[in-house]
Design a protein around this ligand. Structure first.
Ligand code: GLA
Length: 375
């Protein structure tokens, strides 16, 4: 494959995302509050003149693979499935793809809960849409990314990550209604506070299976509620009072999972109002409450994440913190006063290393533009 980047005609930036609040609500038709950030995968694309041969090279891993458009099927190499899955989904909608070469490089830490996978899926979809003038709207690219993850990667994810990666606007978060896909870009004015991510640098395996298990428990809960309330389509339609009626019918595990989701729905809407009215303390308190729910009811946290959130609680300069993303590792998100950032990182890193013998990485996240062509 041609590795001379000068020959490539199209450059695309595809960002990772954060989520202020609204975790594990997307596949329950609830609300989320994510945005793209200034960490991204950069792709270079070109047509290679063949009708069906495609080459993809990852600079970070210094590894490439070749596939044929007439024979797209899942690979044993999981990272290839993020790409092959997108190709497969595009082929369900268009016959305009032809041979191409693609080189990409990433500064999104893998497994850190800021969606390097959505950035990969959506960057490929966006790039091929441009290169071959497929004419697919952004929302279709988002859905292609999500379906690739379901059908080729095997995680039954919601739509938040792909939506945030593609649809974000700099300086804003997106209030997304995951049922109707209606959305609003909400300006985020939090100065003198900053968004700081602490990466545990752990990513406990089995996470995908655990993710799908929770999704299924929520769906089983809905199926039981539906027998009494046929109008209920998802946990979105369930109030705390309604759920309480099922306390003795559900298993404890199912009840806890559904309780978390129903409570989180309210916290997101409350937090958006707070953000719009500059009531950061309310947002912060909700973030801590979300962490509590994710840790104790939804059970997707881990020792390392809990440790960091507890550590943050000791600081008045931190308004709120919680684990972010699917869980079982990855990052905490912290809203912290700009003057406190440096000292806090030093203290948290030391405490974390003393406890786990693992190095913490910390970085600020700035709400940024979604997937875009680099001119
Ligand atoms: C992962 C999934 C998302 C969402 C989050 C949890 O990032 O890809 O769809 O469910 O977990 O909020």
């Amino acid at each position: 494959m041609d590795l001379n980047e000068q020959h490539y005609t199209l450059t695309i930036n595809s960002p990772g995302r954060i989520n202020l609040i609204g975790e594990h609500t997307d596949y329950n038709n609830g609300f989320v509050l994510p945005t793209a950030i200034d960490k991204k995968i950069q792709f270079k694309f070109k047509k290679n003149g063949t009708t069906d041969t495609c080459n993809v090279y990852s600079k970070n891993f210094d590894t490439s693979f070749t596939f044929n458009l007439n024979n797209v099927k899942p690979s044993e190499q999981q990272w290839e499935n993020y790409i092959l899955g997108v190709i497969y989904e595009i082929q369900q909608l268009s016959d305009k793809l032809a041979g191409f070469d693609c080189i990409f490089t990433s500064d999104i830490p893998v497994g850190s809960g800021i969606s390097s996978s959505a950035a990969l899926e959506c960057g490929i979809a966006f790039g091929l849409n441009e290169l071959f003038e497929l004419g697919l709207p952004r929302i279709t690219l988002v859905e292609i990314g999500q379906r690739a993850e379901h059908n080729y990667v095997g995680t039954k994810c919601g739509i938040m990550d792909q939506f945030a990666s593609v649809m974000s606007k700099a300086g804003h978060v997106i209030l997304l209604d995951c049922q109707s896909l209606e959305y609003e870009h909400v300006p985020i004015h939090i100065k003198p506070y900053k968004i700081l991510l602490l990466n545990t640098n752990v990513s406990h395996n089995l996470a995908d299976g655990e993710y799908n298990k929770r999704r299924s428990l929520c769906e089983q809960g809905v199926a039981i509620i539906q027998k009494q309330y046929p109008e209920v389509q998802s946990l979105r339609d369930v109030s705390s009072e309604m759920l309480a009626e099922f306390k003795t019918v559900f298993t404890e595990d199912m009840y806890n999972k559904c309780t978390y989701v129903v409570e989180e729905k309210t916290r997101v809407l409350d937090s958006v109002e707070a953000l719009k009215n500059d009531k950061l303390a309310v947002l912060g308190a909700n973030m801590y409450a979300t962490h509590d729910g994710l840790s104790n009811l939804y059970e997707v946290s881990c020792e390392e994440l809990d440790f960091l959130v507890d550590f943050s609680k000791k600081y008045d300069t931190i308004i709120g913190a919680r684990m972010m993303g699917g869980g079982f590792g990855g990052c905490t998100i912290n809203i912290i006063h700009e003057d406190a950032v440096e000292d806090f990182i030093a203290a948290a890193s030391e405490a974390y290393f003393n406890k786990f013998n693992i190095k913490l990485t910390a970085f600020e996240a700035n709400p940024s533009e979604g997937t875009a062509i680099v001119l």
